[in-house]
Ligand binder design. Sequence first.
Ligand code: C2E
Ligand code: MG
Ligand code: MG
Ligand code: MG
Length: 281
Amino acid sequence: RAKQAGRDTWRFANERLNGLHMPQAQLEVQLRGALDRDELSMHFQPLIDLSSGRVRSFEALMRWTSPVLGSVSPADFIPVAETREMMGGLGHWAMRESIRQMCAWQSELPGVGVAVNVSATQFIHDGFVADTRAMLDDYGGTPELLTLELTESSVLADLGQARQKLLELRALGVRVALDDFGTGYSSLGHLRSLPVDVLKIDRVFIQDGHTDMVFVQAMISLGHSLGLEVVVEGIEDASMVARLQALGCELGQGFYFARPQPAEQAVAAVLCAPLSMLPLS
Ligand code: C2E
Ligand code: MG
Ligand code: MG
Ligand code: MG
């Protein structure tokens, strides 16, 4: 079964879990029942408009608290879900829950959207666009307020099909962001031909002592010259906010503004700073 699921991905997931001393078989067994046992939840982290300081949207991030394993990072359980054919169910639930939440907070935070991560297996599924439309219809969601975050690898797996699906999503009014930009193996030529709206620059470029503003600046200009909005994720201090503002970056996300939190707390934090979440200058 491991072979069939794709050796490389599986080995990678396995190594990570071994590093955490967590038996992968147990994780898989626990994960299989997690949705039914109501152990999953969505947390929300704001994306801030760097020119006004206002909250534009929230990224929805999955959380799993297992009574057996404790809290498990999505970086560990998402790859397992992907290779063990559980991602369809989890992803569907995450998207529904995020859209439901987005619609629920429109009265308090009108016009604030949600960004949902979509994994390769979810995106590749035939019914993906129809499911997205159905969920928006169910809750009366405004398509323009929904952004789907895809990684380069899920888009590049089948470029022709991906382009077709992205066009269908665009026709619906849904926005698409290319997540973790700069960390994949994509050719820049592909980016030119993909109908995406937002470029999301990975936090490795500004973190862990690897801050390299030359690269960040180049990626921001690339995004802008392609007519895309640019988000930088992983912002942890005020000086980075100032540097990104100087580079004309539209949106920022990171612990400096807020950590991912359950919906109620995420919204409360925003309502406490209704005018601006930017540092005082
Ligand atoms: P991502 O989509 O790139 O999400 C951003 C990650 O960066 C999140 O990690 C977030 O908590 C973290 N982050 C945000 N700001 C900061 C900061 O200032 N400093 C640091 N050090 N980290 C920051 P998280 O929540 O652990 O999620 C990890 C990855 O798991 C996500 O990366 C995404 O690829 C995946 N993931 C999470 N939820 C879902 C989901 O519902 N569906 C799918 N398919 N994937 C998900
Ligand atoms: Mg993301
Ligand atoms: Mg990312
Ligand atoms: Mg990531």
